[in-house]
Write a protein that binds this ligand. Structure first.
Ligand code: PMV
Length: 330
């Protein structure tokens, strides 16, 4: 099955309508997985090997506006990108799925407040905001479930960026992926804080797509990953329902460490850690030994995301220079 088959299945006749609005506008938050998505069972449709669970980062994300234009053009943070830039090409390859007339072109204006491709899930909010903006431009009136499936075709983690709050992306069983979508977990946790420790802003050298594939093909520890995810998902659901921060932190940190262990077991081994990543991890462990309730998670990049409660905000900010704090339920 191709991506375009999924698009036709969801949009049906609506694929043939012309833009109903002059401009399509939308915002999508980025999200950080507490239980990671690592491995695809279908590379074309970005269907995952396991379910995953994330928290959306409120005002950290991407705002997009799309309008019909005389040529295809992407403006990213007020800079016009050249048509052959990797970012522009990836974006228009996605837009092409929804463009049945070859004579229609778009200007896509993206304002993103997170570093692109540094393991801070920029593609998650990027594709989620683009599909939401197209939904607005064409007045398709898609449900969050449908938006999540279509966002997934751009990037797996984008399927979790359609809504705010805690989100679970269901693995699904079907080959067409119609049952692999994300859903809000109806629980707020206002005391929860996420600290973004940006240790390096460079673009990553190995994409998450390539790293996942190499891990699946060669990682001797990968076979243990699905069982680890099943346990962690159940612990995280329990932690969220009962406001058990220690359980949430411990499970998230252990899940991230295990994901990175599967990559270390691949050949050639993959490590997204820089020396500063390890120094920061050790600092978290030391502070925790001294009694602070502080945990971290790490994605496909060297930056860490700290997990802590509002009562410890001042102390954490004092300890970690340049940490940017997000309160997902503000
Ligand atoms: O959506 P992708 O292809 O960028 O993959 C995301 C992978 C991780 O960020 C490492 C994990 C996750 O669940 O977000």
């Amino acid at each position: 099955m191709k991506k375009s088959d999924v698009v036709s299945e969801i949009l049906k006749d609506r694929l043939y309508v012309s833009p109903k609005n002059k401009i399509g506008e939308a915002y999508a938050p980025t999200n950080i997985a507490l239980c990671k998505y690592w491995g695809k069972r279908n590379q074309e449709l970005n269907l995952p090997v396991t379910s995953s669970l994330s928290i959306s980062l409120a005002d950290k994300g991407a705002a997009v506006s799309i309008k019909v234009n005389s040529v295809d053009q992407v403006i990213l943070n007020n800079v016009i990108l050249t048509p052959d830039s990797g970012f522009s090409q990836r974006l228009f390859k996605y837009i092409d799925l929804f463009r049945i007339e070859n004579s229609i072109f778009f200007q896509i204006n993206i304002q993103s407040n997170i570093p692109i491709a540094a393991g801070l899930a920029s593609s998650a909010c990027g594709f989620a905001s683009v599909i939401k903006a197209l939904n607005h431009l064409y007045a398709w009136e898609l449900s969050n479930r449908e938006l999540s499936i279509l966002a997934r075709l751009g990037s797996g983690s984008a399927s979790r960026s359609i809504v705010h709050g805690f989100v679970e992306w269901h693995v699904g069983k079907r080959d067409d992926g119609m049952d692999s979508y994300s859903e809000l977990i109806e629980k707020e946790w206002p005391e929860l804080c996420i600290g973004l420790c940006i240790l390096n802003r460079d673009e990553k050298k190995i994409s998450s797509r390539e790293a996942m594939q190499r891990t699946i093909e060669t990682g001797s520890l990968y076979p243990a990953w699905p069982a680890k995810v099943a346990v962690d998902l159940s612990l995280l659901r329990q932690a969220i329902t009962s406001n058990d921060f220690e359980l949430l932190g411990r499970t998230s940190e252990s899940n991230a460490m295990t994901m990175h262990a599967t990559m270390l077991s691949a050949w050639p081994a993959i490590s997204y850690c820089l020396p500063e990543t390890l120094v920061t991890m050790q600092k978290v462990w030391k502070l925790r030994d001294e009694g602070l309730s502080l945990y971290f998670t790490q994605d496909a990049g060297p930056n860490l995301k700290l997990l802590f409660l509002k009562k410890d905000l001042h102390f954490v900010v004092e300890q970690f220079e340049n940490v940017e704090v997000v309160n997902p339920f503000r």
